[in-house]
Design a protein around this ligand. Sequence first.
Ligand code: SF4
Length: 555
Amino acid sequence: MDDAPFDPQQQEYLKGFMAGVEARRGSLRPAGDGGAPPDALRAAQDATIARGGKLVPQEDAKRAKHPLDRWDELTARAAEGKFPKPIDDFIGRYHGLFFVGPAQDAFMCRLRIPGGILAAHQLDAIADIAADCAGGYADVTTRANLQFREIPAAKGPEVVMRLGDIGLLPRGTGADNIRNITGSPTAGIDAAELIDTRPIVRALHHHILNTRDLFALPRKFNISVAGGGAVEVLQETNDISLAAVRTDGGLRFRLTLGGITGHRDFARGTGVVVTEADIIPVCDAILRVFIAEGDRTDRAKARLKYVLDRLGIDGFLALVEQRLGRTLERLAEAAIHPPSPPAKHGHVGIHAQKQPGLSYIGVVTPVGRLSVDQLRGLADIARRCGSGTIRLTVWQNLLISDVSQDRLGEAITSIAALGLTHEASALRGGLVACTGNAGCKFAASNTKRHAAELADFLERRLTLDQPLNIHLTGCHHSCAQHYIADIGLLGAKVERGDDLVEGYDLHVGGGSGPEQKIGRLIRPKLAQDELGPVVLGLLRSWLAQREPGETFHLF
Ligand code: SF4
């Protein structure tokens, strides 16, 4: 039987059968083996190459193997106690771990906390991770998020896994991914809000985490969903900003695109409004157009802003509509009724909630840094005096919500016992600083230390009757958004004799929300020890010369 000549009809059948097997094998092969249909990443890279473009090394690394498939390499390296080389570090950032040498021989881990809202048990676990693996503290960031620093190589994967255990897997918090989604920190408790954004932010967060094609961006991407209310979320600094508005046709979200204040650009108007139900499909379509159109040959030009510059808003929206298979709703400005503006420094102090008898307390942190004891203590206060909810804000502080009247005194005393406060001067309530050179290799100056020293210096000599925002950022990446502060300080090395000392370029007149404006440079290369006297002089001259009601940013 084995030696019997093969029936020609049988041979034809076998040929057809094998062709089918090969086709099925092809569809199962991972992208990159030459036989599979390309995923979004490979398709975008192929298009760049077909146009004659040369991919940057980061794109080559993604092309060699998808970063999400390289977790095992990261854990194997960590098991040997080794930190990654630069391109592997870039890949590791897809999993939330950043090697921050030479500033520190350590990993930093950035979390992913949708809308910045945490439960007390999560904050307890964060305190435990900080104690066991990360220098004994966590930093509140300017995206209503937390970061761990000083993580030894061997503990990096453990931090990521422990975060996953409490529902805060930090996937995609670095490299070319969609960062933590910001939302109104007073969502669901604010009498002035138009809509509770928590369910929207949560759904969008999970859509992103569970859609592999969205890990194919050419560069990082920020999204904000604002529902209105007392606390500013700096929506205009985001690549996608969706801000709730009332319209004659009901509640909508106004879409603005391409905010990147480090490049001196606010998100630009599109004329488009989106219903709550349409937020995920519209964001998904925008992201897919960015994936297809973003620049993969020059990282300085790879953000969404540059796609919008090239295509124009109308050209970009036409591609989004093509993806969606329908047109987007457009409304004239006159038909849109935005909510009342947030309060400057509305993130500080005690405020009544929309729920009768309940309040939230805005707790000031020392430029974002919280020790393990403070993290544990805040979780305890939230549980004991509130509903166990902690809400981070983009102002590097946090709110404890749902505190009943009879627990307010206890909460305030307990906050003070942690060395924190719910009160801040008009100078300190908007004091924001990035990591600086104590933990970031890009920084020219020690921003957190200088911020604290500047506030101390000014508070001893001056009392302001209007809230003022002072932002210190260590480099042009502008994590502390110096261009939108009343006083914005950008780290710079300053010549002093034969030496270079730490200092700043001094900008004034920036603003956000109703005061939206890019600050202007008035004094480059100011040494750190000159900072206090110069800023003091500036504020005194404003106080002496201002017209009634004139804010600093108009000065
Ligand atoms: Fe580092 Fe620059 Fe960001 Fe500051 S602004 S944290 S120095 S990258």
